[in-house]
Design a protein around this ligand. Structure first.
Ligand code: ZN
Length: 426
């Protein structure tokens, strides 16, 4: 796929994936349309040589893989990423009235950079559980896809210290305004109406639970004088989900290759669907059938953990180690942390560099300043859970965890080409 079509598709994916449920659904649809067979974790599995498969867990994590031969003979070339992004999630009893307005109370999910959430046109999306007339319970995606809420800033006249010294109280500053209170507002009824508008067959169904997030309606865009950058919400880490899925979908020669996209990375990965849970391990165990074959497979496998890296910001260059300061459009950055916040080893770095070399992709290096902490990824968690050798890499990004992040427009396609060569690496 050429770079222009690739970036257009990436922008569509970002816009159409406001929550991990949507991100996973859109990936699953792409794999299904490409002829991958959907596996059901509750059913018995059998595999064909040359087979292509995918499955989801909790509707927010996904694994897809292709088989070229016996994994115990070759190992599995794996790429990991995460479907979740820091955001504001609705509390169960979200709606309340204050001073003439209906508002929605929120919880802060993950390490949100909060300031950019003020004064945005916000919509609401996620997954709801509905109970049908016959008592059956089913999960459905929901997305208002229009600005229905906003969190206005306090005017500078009422807080003269705002530019020097404004702390954000997560309980009292963040409830979103949805409408005046001169009309009745029932959140459950509003959700029901939204769902029935898209499916009139749900007239007798009722929403009994939900997981909903606010998200900005502003579309992803190519920006910059020379169209060098991509601006969007959720670049961390839907960019990597998309790139890894595209690399697997576009494999030119058969390979035993796999992608995993986990939810809950931004809150530590500890869940039934997160990277500290048994999702990937259980698939590899079923794929290899015996503990002997599992151990042989792991010993020959490798994981590329893909998650965005911090590009050096020209206004804040003192926050970087000058020797390890990746730039946007300089190619993927390999992340190193000797305290194992990143899982890269000299062996896996060499193997990833080799894939980049084959692809003709430049590669950079990121290490945090020794006097500052750094983030982490699913890389060390998956390496710990499986014992698989791992490298942490990512596309350099500005404004990580903001409501609108910025990446280079050349880097996603470069990472895609590198991952294609990694999958084909013997
Ligand atoms: Zn991330």
């Amino acid at each position: 796929m050429d770079e222009r079509a690739f970036n257009e598709d990436l922008l569509d994916y970002l816009d159409n994936s406001p929550t991990p449920f949507h991100a996973t659904h859109n990936l699953a649809t792409a794999f299904e349309q490409a002829g991958f067979i959907r596996l059901d974790e509750a059913a018995a599995w059998s595999f064909e040589p040359g087979g292509r498969y995918f499955l989801t867990r909790g509707d927010s994590s996904l694994v897809a893989f292709t088989l070229a031969g016996d994994p115990a003979q070759t190992g599995v070339r794996m790429v990991g990423s995460h479907t979740d992004s820091p955001c504001l999630k609705l509390k169960p009893n979200a709606a309340f009235k204050a001073h003439g307005y209906w508002q929605l109370g929120v919880e802060v999910y993950g390490g949100v950079l909060l300031n950019p959430w003020f004064d945005r046109d916000l919509s609401l999306a996620g997954q709801v559980s509905i109970r049908h007339g016959d008592g059956r319970i089913e999960q459905r995606l929901i997305d208002f896809a229009r600005p229905i809420a906003t969190i206005p800033s306090l005017a500078i006249h009422l807080d003269r210290e705002a530019n020097e010294n404004r702390a954000i109280n997560k309980q009292t500053y963040l409830p979103a305004i949805v409408c005046r209170d001169d009309v009745a507002f029932d959140l459950a009824e509003t959700l029901n109406e939204q769902l029935r508008a898209s499916d009139p067959g749900l007239a007798n169904s009722e929403i009994t639970a939900f997981e909903l997030s606010l998200y900005p309606v502003e579309k992803a865009a190519i920006v910059g004088l020379r169209e060098e950058f991509i601006a969007s919400a959720r670049l961390d880490n839907l960019l990597s989900c998309y790139v890894s899925a595209r690399a697997l979908l576009d494999l030119e020669t058969p390979a035993t290759a796999l992608i995993v996209c986990n939810d809950h990375e931004e809150v530590g990965s500890g869940s039934a669907v997160g990277a500290r849970g048994p999702f990937l391990r259980s698939i590899l165990e079923r794929l290899t059938a015996t503990s002997e074959n599992y151990a042989r497979t792991i010993a020959q496998s490798m994981l590329v953990s893909t998650d965005n890296a911090h590009g050096i910001h020209p206004n804040f260059s003192d926050r970087h180690d000058a020797q390890h300061a990746p730039v946007l459009n300089g190619g993927p950055a390999i992340k190193v942390n000797s305290n194992q916040a990143y899982a890269s080893t000299n062996e896996t770095i060499a193997l990833f560099k080799q894939a980049c070399g084959t692809a003709g992709v430049p590669v950079q290096s990121f290490v945090a300043r020794a006097d500052m902490g750094c983030g982490s990824t699913i890389g060390p968690l998956t390496a710990t859970a499986l014992g698989v050798r791992t490298v942490d890499v990512g596309v350099p990004t500005f404004a990580m965890h903001s409501i609108r992040e910025l990446a280079g427009a050349r880097d996603p396609h470069a990472l895609y080409r590198a991952l294609g060569c990694f999958f084909a690496q013997a």
